[in-house]
Design a protein around this ligand. Structure first.
Ligand code: BGP
Length: 470
């Protein structure tokens, strides 16, 4: 017997740009990722989502595999420019139909859809008008969300507005590694504010739509630990908590920014600027649930130097943050390698207890909010032995993290579902197709043929026993 409640949802996740392909098919408009990934030097070896794993054309085969694995829920995202090529206005009915057919196929197999409205692929047309820095993008988002409610709300109960603000705003507007490639913290904060406004507007529209469902927000669950117990490392750690947790969760779970940090940001940069009514809008539209994406723990230390982000995108250990090459903000904090840590080949620390700690921290700060673990997984180059994909490391990783969720449930947390990243091998934004996460392998040399991995059968058993057999 496991601690998982009877109605716990065992699922898996993907995102539109990373699986669909068909980037210019059936009337879809370009997204900022279509544009960005075609600029030289932006992604690993120039990889892009033009074809990805062609889920757009193969979704029935993929849903059959989900059903065979026993999946009870599937988290996927909708490509906004597939529905609204210009971001607003004219509707592309072929795009609407694609997701409608996908939802029907899932329901035929008793798989509950969980929709993410925004997983980073903003319509390029809206970026051309200022993207998230323009308030009008928040209004366009409300229009897009309402279209999704109208067309899919009769069948879909679980919705989230945004995926991981810390990534698309942080990489998009601070480090510049994601589109639109800006490096300016003040612009980041204002863009981030418009995301919170867009979220609140979409939640308000959801509640008036009459849909019998729940709406939430998906964040990175960033568990931190200080490098040492020195006063300056502890202060750096507190600050990282404030920025990566309180700033990003409070507006959607408490309906307000953390007051002290807000005052500091406004004093230094003059942002975020609020329009009349924003405070009330945030207060009135807090989430029904929170989605947590957990991969790794971050170790935090005081920082006295300028530094820039060097990401490990090759999967060769030691190419990420190591001594003398650590990313951070001068005078505030930096991310460092933990001397006691166990790391993946992409230099991500494997620390399952961090998932329990993170869940319990969220509960301590925000009360009895329902939670879904909306992403969790191991990126690796999987070994193939005698034609079988033997992803034992992934099985170990998932087993330990499922144990960590069980611990949190035993400590009283209301966790309702688990969506490993990812259902199938897919495009990693900056790491190409070599960083595999899936239960299903895709052979790029054999016309994208699907193959069940060892983890597929392992997860199938686990689901069948509601988490007991692992
Ligand atoms: C999350 C994203 C996913 C996914 C995952 C793995 O931040 O929501 O879309 O890509 O991280 O990251 P990566 O592909 O960089 O290994």
């Amino acid at each position: 017997m496991s601690a998982f409640p009877k109605d716990f949802l065992w699922g898996a996740a993907t995102a539109a740009y990373q699986v669909e392909g068909a980037h210019d098919v059936d009337g879809k408009g370009p997204s900022i990722w279509d544009t960005f990934s075609h600029l030289p030097g932006t992604t690993y070896q120039g990889t892009n989502g033009d074809v990805a794993v062609d889920h757009y054309h193969r979704f029935r085969e993929d849903v059959a595999l989900m059903a065979e694995m026993g999946m009870q829920s599937y988290r996927f995202s909708i490509s906004w420019p597939r529905l609204l090529p210009q971001g607003r206005g004219t509707i592309n009915e072929a795009g609407v139909k694609f997701y409608s057919d996908l939802i029907d196929a899932l329901l035929e197999h008793n798989i509950e859809p969980m929709i993410t409205l925004y997983h980073w692929d903003l319509p390029q047309a809206l970026q051309d008008e200022g993207g998230w820095e323009a308030r009008s993008t928040a209004e366009a988002f409300e229009e897009y969300a309402s279209l999704c409610y109208q067309r899919y709300g009769d069948r879909v109960k679980l919705w989230s507005t945004f995926n991981e603000t810390v990534c698309f705003i942080g990489f998009g507007y601070i480090t510049g590694g994601h589109p639109p490639g800006v490096k300016n913290p003040a612009r980041a904060l204002q863009a981030c504010h418009h995301v919170f406004v867009a979220h609140a507007k979409a939640v308000a529209a959801f509640r008036t739509s009459g849909i019998d469902g729940k709406i939430g927000f998906v964040n990175v669950l960033q568990t931190h630990t200080p490098l040492s117990q020195s006063a300056e490392d502890l202060a750096a750690y507190q600050l990282a908590e404030g920025i990566f947790t309180h700033w990003l969760y409070d507006p959607v779970l408490k309906g307000e920014y953390p007051a002290e940090l807000l005052a500091q940001a406004q004093a230094v940069w003059g942002v975020p600027q609020f329009a009349p009514g924003d405070e009330q809008l945030l207060r009135d539209n807090i989430c029904d649930f929170i989605g947590l994406n957990y991969y790794k723990r971050e170790t935090i230390a005081a920082n006295h130097h300028e530094s820039h982000l060097t990401m490990n995108t090759s999967g060769e250990k030691g190419k990420g943050h190591q001594q003398g090459n650590e990313f951070g903000f001068k005078g505030l904090f930096k991310f460092v390698r933990n001397p006691n840590g166990v790391y993946t080949d992409w230099d991500w620390e494997i620390y399952p207890q961090g998932l329990t700690e993170g869940i319990m921290n969220i509960k301590a700060r925000y009360g009895d909010i329902p939670m879904y673990i909306t992403e969790n997984g191991l990126g690796a180059k999987d070994p193939i032995i005698d034609g079988e994909v033997v992803d034992d490391d992934r099985i170990d990783y998932l087993r330990q993290h499922i144990g960590a969720i069980e611990d949190a449930i035993n400590q009283g947390a209301d966790v309702r579902g688990y969506y490993p990243w990812s259902f199938i091998d897919l495009l990693s934004w900056l790491n190409g197709f070599q960083k595999q996460y899936g239960f299903v392998y895709v052979d790029h040399n054999k016309g994208l043929a699907r193959q069940r991995k060892k983890s597929f059968f392992w997860y199938q058993k686990l689901i069948g026993s509601n988490g007991a057999e692992r």
